[in-house]
Ligand binder design. Structure first.
Ligand code: GAL
Length: 330
């Protein structure tokens, strides 16, 4: 053995230990605080793959649904579970793509911005998402519905359609205190933002479907505090970040009043590099909300990052202040 070869295993072992330590520190850090725009590892040590997502709280746990992405492909709707919002366990695919090329959710099409809501009457979980058909880009502009008795699925695909005949791209679902649910969606080539009340079983829209405003907005995220509804949207620049806006209303069907951009801090005028997707009311903590956004990496969508930031209030209006790392108050 020459003198160098004696050292190689030691160097390798040291390097290995250092990299294990780094990994464990990283996973400890990531799992105990929110670190917007950083890698966010799940309990298997893999970057969470749940983009354009939404979160529900059921049976004492949070469930995060999102777009499972390859480098560009849409691979279905993924679901992760967590008790504390920091550490997430991969629960697999809630809704997979299907092999039948005739299906609206065949491979090659898109499933974006999935949102799950629970219907207390039917005792079913209902998944809504943006559907694009294979080989048509964003032309189909439809919304899709799937149901399951179990929160993690597998969800059964019901149908995809244009709500009341209108184009529907970016969307979200909102359930009000009285359990009435609503679809908020970008329509008419994203120039219009509309709202449609859902049927009592949440499986379809009603004809109560109204234009909210025509300001070329998308990526709607909505919440209610006391008697006011707050709606955050982005502009329409594809995967590129732009300026967010905030609208306020005392009635979901309007009128909606445009208020200034609620983001504060570095790159606030570009939503910190991200695009809104959801506002999460924290369970059992009154008036505690987290703003969720995606920082898209279009060259490798799977690597897209998450921005989770607390919503605070100044003079009754929401403020979203950047923070590199933060925790919910215990
Ligand atoms: C954005 C939209 C994303 C995705 C993207 C594709 O405007 O919010 O969900 O559809 O366009 O370019």
């Amino acid at each position: 053995m020459n003198s160098l070869s004696k050292y190689i295993p030691i160097i390798t072992a040291t390097a290995l230990m250092a990299s294990c330590q780094r990994l464990s520190n990283q996973s400890k850090q990531i799992s105990q605080s929110f670190q917007p725009n950083q890698l966010w590892l799940d309990t298997d040590g893999k970057h969470i793959n749940a983009h354009g997502g939404g979160v529900i709280y059921a049976n004492g746990k949070y469930y995060w649904f999102g777009e499972k992405r390859g480098s560009s492909a849409s691979e279905g709707v993924s679901v992760y579970s967590s008790k504390n919002l920091y550490q997430w366990k991969n629960e697999g695919l809630a809704l997979a793509k299907v092999d039948d090329p005739q299906s609206d959710i065949a491979h090659g099409g898109l499933m974006e911005r999935p949102k799950v809501v629970y219907n207390a009457q039917t005792k079913q979980y209902v998944l809504w998402f943006h559907v694009e058909l294979p080989k048509q880009g964003y032309k189909a502009a439809r919304v899709g519905v799937a149901v399951s008795d179990e929160v993690t699925g597998p969800y059964q695909f019901v149908k995809s359609f244009r709500p009341n005949g209108n184009m529907s791209r970016d969307m979200t679902i909102y359930v009000d205190d009285d359990q009435q649910a609503y679809l908020v969606y970008s329509s008419r080539e994203n120039y219009d933002l509309r709202i449609a009340k859902l049927q009592p079983d949440y499986l379809d829209v009603t004809t109560q479907d109204t234009l909210l405003f025509s300001q070329h907005r998308e990526a709607p995220a909505i919440f209610k505090k006391e008697r006011l509804y707050y709606l955050i949207t982005s502009g329409c620049t594809g995967w590129d970040a732009n300026k967010a806006s905030l609208h306020v209303a005392s009635n979901l069907f309007g009128p909606w009043q445009m208020i200034k951009d609620p983001m504060k801090g570095p790159l606030a005028e570009k939503t910190f590099g991200g695009q809104s997707t959801f506002i999460l009311p924290v369970a059992n903590k009154k008036d505690t909300f987290i703003f969720l956004a995606d920082t898209w990496k279009p060259k490798n969508l799977i690597d897209s990052r998450y921005i989770w930031l607390p919503i605070t209030f100044e003079a009754q209006l929401p403020v979203i202040q950047w923070s590199d790392s933060w925790r919910l108050e215990e």
